[in-house]
Design a protein around this ligand. Structure first.
Ligand code: PNS
Length: 163
């Protein structure tokens, strides 16, 4: 059995930046679980079904192999143990991400000492990108075609503009 890692997140919605990290994780590890957080305290814009569907379609369309997309609830450290995952793989964009990500990595290590957190530096092209920026631009009628995978672009726009 090869190494399993988890790419966790809210993915509300998945962006090209997320997809780039997922793709690169599949090149480093044998099996990548994209774990979508169900019980977000910050109310997500997209339902868990929509978020899972968007990632599944984006991964298929980009022909990224060895990926499983699932929803999860509760502690990530417990879910990782349940799935025998070696590590969490996360994208790190800028200094602003660092403090929160560092705190989460240390907390997860405390909760599950077997679990590592691996940070991949984001692709320069996606340095500025975030789900909330994408939602803001789309809801104001801006062009998000460079920011989200092409195959889900229209569905995201439709939902955000109510058209
Ligand atoms: O995409 P996000 O919103 O930055 O992802 C955050 C996520 C899902 C990785 C984080 O909120 C999380 O792990 N939530 C699960 C609950 C948990 O384990 N909390 C303790 C981790 S410090």
């Amino acid at each position: 059995m090869g190494r399993t890692v988890i790419c966790p997140g809210s993915f509300d919605p998945v962006t090209r930046g997320h997809l780039d990290i997922i793709d690169r994780a599949t090149k480093m590890f044998d099996h990548v679980i994209v774990a979508v957080l169900c019980n977000l305290s910050k109310k997500p814009t997209f339902t868990i079904e929509e978020r899972i569907d968007f990632i599944t379609r984006a991964v298929q369309s980009a022909e990224i192999k060895n990926v499983e997309v699932v929803g999860f609830e509760g502690l990530l450290a417990d879910y990782a143990r349940e799935r025998n995952a070696t590590a969490l793989v996360k994208g790190l964009r800028a200094v602003s991400d660092f403090e929160y990500e560092f705190q989460m990595a240390l907390t997860n290590k405390k909760l599950n000492p077997e679990l590592e957190t691996v940070f991949l530096t984001t692709n320069q092209q996606y340095m500025f990108l975030s789900s909330s920026i994408v939602k803001q631009i789309a809801s104001l009628g801006g062009d998000i075609s460079g920011f989200v995978p092409e195959c889900i672009h229209d569905d995201i726009c439709k939902r955000l503009t109510n058209k």
